[in-house]
Design a protein around this ligand. Structure first.
Ligand code: UTP
Length: 314
């Protein structure tokens, strides 16, 4: 088993994206634009930023748009070259030159655990990262780099955790954990997928970043379908959490307190677009001014007072 620093990132993108229908009927949800880049590009950029330049996407139906996005589009390049539009040329090259991207088909979407298992042959016996396209982590709050550091120090596997209000814990995998000497690191003693609030062992939710020991593959081979008939990564992590470190077990958690956007959920997606657009140097100033006026107008309407100045500029 290699003990070197992980170099590979696995990005499962084979889910059905039912929360976003009908937009995701013929388009993977990871291709929905967040301002002017598809969500998946932010995720690949994050992997590359953390030093993981070998990216494997686990795809399903509708994989074409994903492959095309990271591939060259010669016709478009020639047209932009003819116009001398270097700025836009640079933008499309940015997605093509980003990483060494590979694809593997999952076939039936039998769950996140199954999607990870499909990556086994490509990954081999090395630790590797898994990034879910649903979760956008703000590039100013580097989570994955910290997780790789914790994995290098403590071995085993590392999950990303976030404190959520107790009434929201049923939407997530949930970790039972004990403190460590590091303020942002816990030792995970158990994991349960989407527990009812009154049965949840904590308010620590698992979010979509993992650094996994290759032992996870051995465990996933033995993991029966769980909740919703799917092979759950959470169930395999629960097994890893109870296994001795010498056998590749042990799970740490990095408690993330930075900015995260859940783009798999419609409201979360809208918030991501607004936050990211507001922060952009090219769009932010004009957009934030408009947003301020728009919010003021909404408040005025809610207070029942008739608008004096008419509608905000479109
Ligand atoms: P989700 O639980 O968000 O499921 O998957 P989903 O199907 O994508 O979306 P909804 O809930 O129906 O709207 C979490 C991640 O795991 C991937 C998804 O693509 C997503 O990134 N996944 C899930 C797979 O790759 N394969 C699966 O069989 C299931």
């Amino acid at each position: 088993m290699s003990t070197g620093r992980p170099t590979k990132a696995v990005i499962p993108v084979a889910g059905l994206g039912t929360r976003f229908l009908p937009a995701t009927k013929a388009t993977p949800k990871e291709m929905l634009p967040v301002v002017d880049k598809p969500a998946i590009q932010y995720v690949v950029e994050e992997a590359v930023q953390a030093g993981l330049t070998d990216v494997l996407m686990v795809t399903g139906r509708n994989k074409r748009p994903l492959e095309d996005h990271f591939d060259r589009n010669i016709e478009l390049e020639l047209s932009l070259e003819a116009k001398g539009d270097q700025e836009r040329l640079d933008r499309i090259h940015a997605s093509t030159d980003l990483a060494n991207i590979h694809y593997v088909r999952q076939g039936d979407p039998l769950g996140l655990g199954h999607a990870v298992l499909v990556a086994e042959q490509h990954v081999g016996r090395e630790a590797f990262a898994v990034l879910l396209g649903d979760d956008l982590i703000d590039e100013r709050d580097p989570l994955l780099a910290r997780m790789l550091e914790v994995q290098a120090q403590r071995g085993g596997s590392v999950v990303a955790l976030m404190e959520v209000p107790q009434q929201q814990i049923h939407l997530y995998g949930c970790a039972a954990a004990t403190a460590t000497d590091d303020d942002d690191v816990v030792r995970v003693t158990g994991l349960v997928e989407k527990p009812p609030a009154d049965e949840a062992p904590s308010n620590l939710a698992v979010i979509g970043r993992y650094v996994l020991s290759p032992t996870v593959f051995d465990v996933l081979h033995e993991t029966p379908p769980g909740r919703a008939g799917e092979i759950q990564l959470t169930d395999a992590l629960q097994t890893l959490a109870t296994m001795p470190a010498d056998d590749g077990g042990g799970v740490s958690g990095v408690v993330f307190r930075g900015r995260r956007y859940d783009t798999g959920d419609r409201a979360g997606y809208l918030k991501a677009v607004v936050r990211i657009a507001s922060d952009r140097a090219d769009l932010g100033p004009e957009f934030v001014e408009w947003l301020g006026q728009f919010v003021a107008e909404l408040k005025q309407a809610a207070n029942g007072s008739s608008s004096t100045g008419g509608r905000v500029n479109p």
